[in-house]
Design a protein around this ligand. Structure first.
Ligand code: FBP
Length: 602
């Protein structure tokens, strides 16, 4: 029998639990509280007698040649000042006061951004002022700055997201915009600016550094992007955010892989973010060993057509069906479409037409744009364009971003592949002689019967935004804190036009300053030739790709997957670096080693 006393107790308990639940609002989950108080690993270059300090930097003997004859004329001040020498820490600390430094995020979010600001603040100490720029480069133009205090920054320590400052994708390009930035620099008496961004944002940083030499305001970039395409050999082994994003995707892909031999009926096509390069897809493949992984750079190197790609997927689908495996997982890099040679040419043609008829197209709706362009395309391109599903056509005609990039995250490539593989499987059933037989897919009558019974059922996924703002892994949390310390140290030393970087990630971590000009090359974007920071693509002769290439046929025809599980902040894989970093840089283990653990309240 339930007594009044029991009811009262239940009420009190419910009240207690409700209170507890409410306490986790405003970023106070149990994990978040724990992370906020967790330490990070710090390179010994920043620890002097047990205290965190900014490090002094000097030019090293390493000189990095400019990639291109078009770079030097655009950066006369930087090239003369920096002489393209790499900066290295001297082993001494530096003590400077009275400087005003501003920091901004630029582009898409990546985990660890808040820790860059934290490291920067620790480098500046209490005798310099740190301003946050709201909403990315746009905020620098409009002068939207606020004072960062240790108290407000403490709320986001070791947490994901870019919400502390906000971000955007504005390219600072017009004379008027540069002048507005000059006004911001003067208004806040800025001695330095830190731009935390990807390749395009660091291109912005280089041009601003050159422009602001006359204002004695130094500019330093920090390598951020989940895409992992901001790399410079051993100097910048990876951009921050990549590790967290790929581990999040690997958990999700691992779970789907785990589901497939249980439910035994679906083919999952998973598009993974990475605007251009396929580093994310390759890393997730190494972590999970899925049935198939497409690598854009390989398609481009082998000059594959879409038809060939579809056929290669359909063959594996058929071969597995013959073995009674009516399921699998295919990883698709987000930027794939731009790497297939026939699409490259089509996109170039579309860019030209969109530039030529921009005024007319501005007045048209999505469907009208498609018809308008279809009629303008030369015959060679109109067949390919016309064969594409309507959503793909519409997305290919979306406005390019302010850096001239196609918005590939909006293109449903995974669905395009599903539709085309489905059609190919149907064709294989209708015209078996074309696909089966000696030298083709070898099959017994009994197996063929199985294939005829097989039904291709599919699911599409896009894992992108899920991975950009997660709480940083131990690697990203520490890496970014050290990048912040490096950026702050470079600015206090008056060094401009550098990327703050951390090398030797398996041997203690060594901070360096890399001349931004040494990373630049000339590219054709949209309708313009531009000098920009070169994107690092997957190299098909790299150790990571070669390992993948050697194992993938086994993964294709067997259930060889592994499910790495969730990100670990302690436990067996907590210390793990991205596999592509360890393999490509010849680490002797998969763990990172950056100096020593330091409590962030120091
Ligand atoms: P950044 O290069 O700015 O780091 O952004 C990368 C990215 O995550 C890409 O993978 C993706 O194509 C893009 O952002 C999508 O962002 P948005 O929706 O802002 O275009």
């Amino acid at each position: 029998m339930i007594t009044t006393e029991d009811t009262l107790k239940t009420k009190i308990n419910t009240l207690d639990l409700s209170k507890k639940l409410t306490q986790t609002e405003n970023r106070h989950s149990l994990l978040e509280n724990h992370l906020r108080n967790a330490g990070v690993s710090v390179s010994e270059h920043f620890i002097h007698q047990g205290i965190l300090k900014a490090a002094a930097f000097q030019p090293s003997s390493v000189q990095l040649p400019l990639k291109d004859i078009h770079v030097a004329p655009l950066f006369p001040n930087l090239v003369q000042k920096n002489d393209t020498h790499l900066l290295e820490a001297t082993g001494e600390s530096i003590s400077v006061s009275g400087k005003n430094i501003a920091v901004l995020f630029s582009g898409g979010p990546a985990s660890g951004g808040h820790n860059v600001i934290l490291g920067l603040q620790k480098a500046l100490g209490s005798h310099n002022v740190l301003y946050g720029v709201k909403s990315g480069p746009k905020g620098l133009i409009t002068g939207d700055l606020f004072l960062i205090t240790p108290e407000n920054l403490a709320t986001v320590t070791n947490l994901g997201g870019f919400d502390f400052l906000g971000s955007d994708r504005t390219k600072i390009k017009t004379k008027e915009q540069y002048e507005q930035v000059r006004q911001t620099v003067r208004k806040f008496k800025l001695d330095g600016i830190v731009i935390i961004g990807g390749d395009d944002s660091n291109t912005n940083a280089a041009f601003l550094a050159e422009f602001l030499v006359s204002e004695t305001c130094a500019v330093v970039g920090v390598p951020k992007t989940i895409d992992g395409d901001l790399q410079a050999g051993a100097w910048v082994p990876i951009s921050f955010g990549f590790d967290t994003a790929t581990k999040i995707y690997a958990e999700m892909v691992g779970n789907i892989l785990q589901d497939t031999p249980s439910s035994r009926k679906y083919w999952h096509f998973v598009k993974l973010m990475g605007r251009s390069a396929s580093h994310v897809a390759l890393e997730v493949a190494l972590q999970t060993k899925p049935t198939l992984t497409l690598i854009s750079e390989e398609m481009s190197a082998k000059k594959q057509t879409l038809e060939e790609i579809i056929l290669s997927i359909a063959r594996v689908v058929a071969q597995r069906a013959l073995k009674g495996m009516a399921y699998g997982v295919v990883l698709v890099p987000e930027g794939m479409i731009e790497f297939i040679p026939e699409f490259q040419l089509l996109i170039k043609e579309l860019n030209a037409l969109m530039a030529q008829f921009s005024a007319e197209m501005d007045l048209l709706s999505g469907q009208e744009r498609v018809t308008f362009i279809q009629n303008k395309l030369p015959k060679t391109f109109s067949a390919l364009f016309g064969s594409l599903p309507e959503p793909i056509k519409t997305q290919l005609l979306l406005d390019r971003d302010s850096h001239g990039n196609l918005q590939v995250s909006q293109i449903p490539t995974e669905q395009l592949l599903i539709d085309m593989v489905k059609a190919k499987i149907k064709d294989m059933k209708t015209n078996p002689d074309v696909y089966f037989g000696p030298g083709k897919i070898e099959v017994s009558p009994k197996e063929y019967e199985k294939f005829i019974q097989f039904k291709f059922s599919s699911n599409s996924h896009f894992f992108g935004y899920e991975g950009r703002c997660g709480a940083p892994t131990l690697f990203d949390a520490s890496y970014t804190f050290n990048l912040g310390l490096t950026a702050g140290s470079l600015l206090l030393g008056g060094h401009t036009g550098y990327m703050a970087a951390l090398t030797d990630l398996d041997k203690g971590g060594k901070p360096i300053g890399l001349p931004l000009t040494s990373l630049m090359n000339t590219e054709f974007r949209g309708q313009e030739t531009m000098v920009v920071i070169q994107k690092a693509l997957v190299e098909i002769d790299s150790p990571a790709f070669m390992y993948f290439a050697a194992r993938r046929s086994f993964w294709a025809l067997n259930d060889a997957f592994s499910n790495p599980g969730p990100i670990q902040h302690f436990g067996p894989s907590a210390n793990q670096v991205p596999f592509i970093v360890a393999l490509n840089h010849g680490f002797s283990h998969f763990g990172f080693h950056i100096g020593q653990e330091v409590a962030l309240s120091l």
